[in-house]
Design a protein around this ligand. Structure first.
Ligand SMILES: Nc1ncnc2c1ncn2[C@@H]1O[C@H](COP(=O)(O)OP(=O)(O)OP(=O)(O)O)[C@@H](O)[C@H]1O
Length: 252
């Protein structure tokens, strides 16, 4: 039987030293959907997100058991980490453009992956900026420093940078928490467009945002998934009392 889901975890456990941050997390991430990870501070949302492209490998004393599969391959032993991060890109909470031009920020990844042709790079830069809804605002200043962009523009640039290497999955760790309401709205609209071509997993503290933009929601508590379902169901008829208490603001 063909597996309809290309990204999933099975019995995933993660320890920072002796602290267990993830406990038996088993989740199927649906293709071309937005999956929101919600839960109180310290429940393991970011840790889980980072296991999907092995960003936790950089942390000392991390031990991971269980599996993360992407397109049938175990990302912890069957995929090269550089290839994995090309397939599974990441956008962080604080926009983090490189201190170089707008153009170079986007061309950087494709160049690392061996693309040298100037015309091909021009094409990728344009396509990525169109894809991140930034092209019209920056097309006349591509050679200027990315650091001169507003926070919201910088975040869309960081999204363009991820799109430039043609990922399958885009991970977003609270991508709008440092942005003003208008920039937040732009990113939310963008996420809605991006899911046509990409699978998106997003950590958010903002319940309204999870309700607005996600198709599925996973509620984490103390490193475990309490409930994972369609967002509409989670927000209207959660099956676990703890989910209900959290989304109605009784704790967290
Ligand atoms: N590098 C690290 N070293 C040790 N412990 C860590 C590290 N990163 C996270 N933790 C611990 O792991 C647990 C889960 O943290 P994580 O950042 O994944 O939670 P979170 O749900 O994303 O929280 P927040 O919403 O506050 O960002 C917490 O107890 C945290 O203190």
């Amino acid at each position: 039987m063909e597996k309809k889901l290309k990204l999933y975890t099975k019995d995933l456990n993660l320890f920072y030293g002796s602290t267990q941050a993830l406990k038996n997390v088993t989740v199927d991430i649906e293709k071309n959907k937005v999956t929101a990870l919600i839960g109180p501070s310290g429940c393991g949302k970011s840790t889980f997100l980072k296991t999907l492209n092995r960003m936790n490998d950089l942390v000392n004393n991390v031990k991971i058991t269980g599996k993360v599969y992407l397109d049938g391959l175990n990302v912890y032993d069957q995929l090269d980490v550089v290839d994995l991060r090309k397939k599974v890109g990441m956008v962080f909470q604080k926009p983090n453009p490189f201190p170089m031009s707008i153009y170079e920020n986007i061309a950087y990844g494709p160049k690392i992956h061996g693309i040298k042709s100037k015309s091909r790079l021009d094409e990728i830069v344009e396509k990525s900026l169109i894809g991140s809804a930034l092209w019209d605002e920056v097309k006349d200043r591509l050679k200027q420093s990315a650091l001169g962009l507003s926070g919201g523009q910088q975040q869309r640039l960081c999204i363009a940078r991820v799109l430039a290497v043609e990922p399958e999955v885009v991970l977003m760790d609270e991508p709008t928490s440092a942005l003003d309401p208008l920039s937040t709205l732009k990113i939310e609209d963008l996420i809605d467009e991006l899911k046509e071509s990409y699978t998106i997993v997003i950590v958010t503290h903002n319940m309204q945002q999870a309700g607005r933009i996600s198709d599925n929601t996973a509620f984490f508590l103390h490193g475990q998934i309490v409930e994972y379902d369609e967002t509409e169901k989670i927000f209207s008829m959660p099956s676990d009392k703890r989910t209900e208490d959290y989304i109605t603001g009784r704790f967290g």
